[in-house]
Design a protein. Structure first.
Length: 550
């Protein structure tokens, strides 16, 4: 780049970086956004996302009869986060501020910038414990009409053609420049041009060096989910052994390199052992990035079996407690589990995360939406996995199903009698409108919510009912996604040193900062809180840097 003057350099053109850039540009600052990937990757992970957003007491909730409140959301957040460390001081402040935001101006602020919201609200992470335990007491997962690309576009289009905003793509930051006690710029490698499409791993061949100086640097470089070495190195011992087989739910650029680079300047990294990985990962039959997996967003009716064919313990039902399930699996000695279900359940209850897996919502096509989701049978993208996905099998009888499950690669042979016992026992519990079985009770409770009854949860029925068939089994893998810990920041997104004071000139936002504070979620998350965390902390970083510099 010829003109390298900038007031602020932002490292990372993902959602957090774009939001910070908008705030700075609106305040008349000269902004330079540096990213290791090409321009096709603008928006980073957010582009790939489903666009789920956590709002509290929204008109969409109210229309569906959901009574939500700031108090209830805070109770859920704190029960889920379970903050218990001295270093949770700033994460806790961020949690309070974020719930205020989600129950307050978040919706109107985004709507004023063009956000449109799909009217059906989803109920993610239902918890299944007590009122003060993990999970959402009510549905809060609002889907962006247009999914991830629409969220990115809200900010990307505000930056287009702004004379005070420039991008340096294929610029990989390797070092932060520190002079005196302050961060004054970035240094790194210019990577060879890449014409790879969005999401595809790009070359790391270096063709030059660069150095950009500024009054402030904002690090918005994302988490570690695409770097399985780092995931394994930071794997929490409380979760059991490190899984040997992992799928990647994020592109390779989510490499976590900037965390150590930033730490070298004296920045403090906290809660490294907190992460958010999914347990319903399936192998993408059409991968874009290495080990590309897709997350099933499941309704509550599938029977969840471990690798030996035993049902997972209460309350580890689909969509209830992601990390509780991960811990159970990691301690089971196997890296995978099974869903057993049928055609009726898959048709209504399987969602797939990711913009490309939801072409109807992504293209904002009402006609496509009605034809793919209101009809009988699985929506197109789910059917494509049934037809082509290596983790899916189906059969007309349970015996045949188990035989076919046992033919999948890398599975411990299942004993038919064990699986049949679980399915038969579960099926006996649907004969009455009441039951002792917690999962069946949870399915009935879910159908008390109009959104679930209409679009998400089938009436309890026997899995083996031939009218609901054929039977289906899905081999589920662990899928890496989000990093919950990171650079410790105060409420202005200023990066803190070990002594708790700000490192002059340095800010961080988004996933690299644990979505605010170094871990706004604590141990677990309520879902739809990551994009919002990038927006909230990116906004704070942009505003903080703008007011701190001359
Ligand atoms: C498939 C999928 C579905 C999701 N669905 C949802 C959802 O529904 N709701 C929700 O809340 N969240 C969701 N998420 C999570 C959310 O999208 C991410 O947490 C969020 O977008 C992270 O944004 P970020 O700006 O912090 O980082 P990123 O998007 O990772 O961007 C970081 C950028 O920094 C660049 N970078 C990194 N290191 C360097 C370096 N050294 N030099 C230069 N550049 C560098 C990278 O190339 C990248 O472009 C989903 C994620 C995925 C992948």
């Amino acid at each position: 780049m010829s003109d390298t003057h900038a007031d602020v350099v932002i490292v990372g053109a993902g959602l957090a970086g774009l939001v910070a850039a908008c705030e700075l540009a609106d305040r008349g600052k000269q902004v330079l956004v540096v990213d290791q990937e090409n321009a096709a990757n603008l928006g980073g992970q957010a582009f790939w996302s489903f666009g789920g957003l956590f709002f509290v007491d929204s008109p969409e909730q109210r229309r569906l009869g959901v009574r939500d409140s700031h108090e209830l959301a805070l109770q859920d957040w704190l029960g889920t986060a379970a903050f218990d460390r001295p270093e949770d001081y700033w994460p806790r402040q961020w949690a309070h501020a974020y719930v205020d935001f989600a129950a307050g101006e978040k919706r109107s602020w985004l709507r004023a910038r063009g956000l449109q919201i799909f009217p059906l609200v989803g109920w993610a992470e239902r918890g299944g414990y007590g009122a003060q335990g993990h999970g959402n007491s009510v549905p809060r997962f609002h889907i962006t009409w247009g999914t991830g690309p629409a969220i990115v576009d809200i900010f990307a289009r505000r930056l287009r053609d702004r004379p005070n905003v420039r991008f340096a793509h294929r610029h990989q930051v390797d070092e932060l420049i520190v002079e005196g006690d302050a961060v004054t710029g970035v240094r790194g490698s210019v990577l060879e041009p890449s014409t790879e499409p969005r999401g595809v791993s790009s070359s790391r061949t270096v063709i030059g060096e660069f150095e950009f100086r500024a009054q402030a640097v904002i690090v918005t470089s994302g988490g570690i989910g695409g770097n399985h070495e780092l995931v394994r190195a930071n794997w929490p011992t409380r979760m059991g052994r490190v899984p040997e087989q992992l799928l990647a739910g994020v592109p390779a650029h989510v490499d976590g390199r900037m965390i150590a680079i930033t730490e070298k300047t004296g920045a403090r990294v906290i809660n490294r052992d907190r992460m958010w990985h999914y347990t319903e990962g399936i192998t993408n039959y059409d991968p874009i990035w290495p080990l590309h997996g897709i997350r099933i967003i499941p309704g509550p009716s599938s029977l969840w079996l471990d690798a030996t064919g035993k049902r997972l313990p209460v309350p580890l039902y689909p969509g209830f407690d992601t990390l509780g399930t991960l811990e159970y699996i990691a301690k089971s000695g196997y890296d995978y589990t099974w869903f057993v279900l049928n055609a009726k359940i898959i048709g209504k209850e399987f969602g797939l995360s990711g913009q490309e897996q939801n072409p109807d919502l992504t293209s904002r096509s009402v006609r496509q939406l009605l034809s793919s989701r209101a009809g009988s049978g699985a929506p197109g993208p789910v059917q494509a996995f049934l037809d082509r996905g290596i983790d899916f099998v189906s059969a007309d009888s349970l015996r045949e199903l188990v035989l076919t499950m046992n033919k999948l690669p890398d599975v411990a042979p299942l004993d038919y009698a064990t699986v049949a016992d679980e399915v038969t026992a579960r099926d006996r519990e649907v004969a009455n409108r009441f039951t002792k079985d917690g999962q069946i009770t949870a399915i009935r409770a879910a159908r008390g919510f109009l959104g679930d009854r209409l679009g998400r949860v089938v009436a309890p029925h026997r899995l083996a009912d031939p009218k609901a068939g054929p039977l289906i089994a899905v081999k589920l893998h662990i899928l890496t996604r989000k990093t919950l810990g990171g650079l410790e920041t105060d409420l202005d997104s200023r990066v803190l040193k070990a002594d708790g004071t700000p490192l002059d000139g340095l800010y961080a936002a988004g996933e690299v900062a644990g979505f605010g504070g170094g871990g706004v979620h604590g141990y677990r998350a309520l879902e739809g809180t990551f994009l919002g965390g990038c927006i909230f902390s990116g906004r704070a970083a942009g505003r903080g840097a703008a007011s701190d510099i001359a």
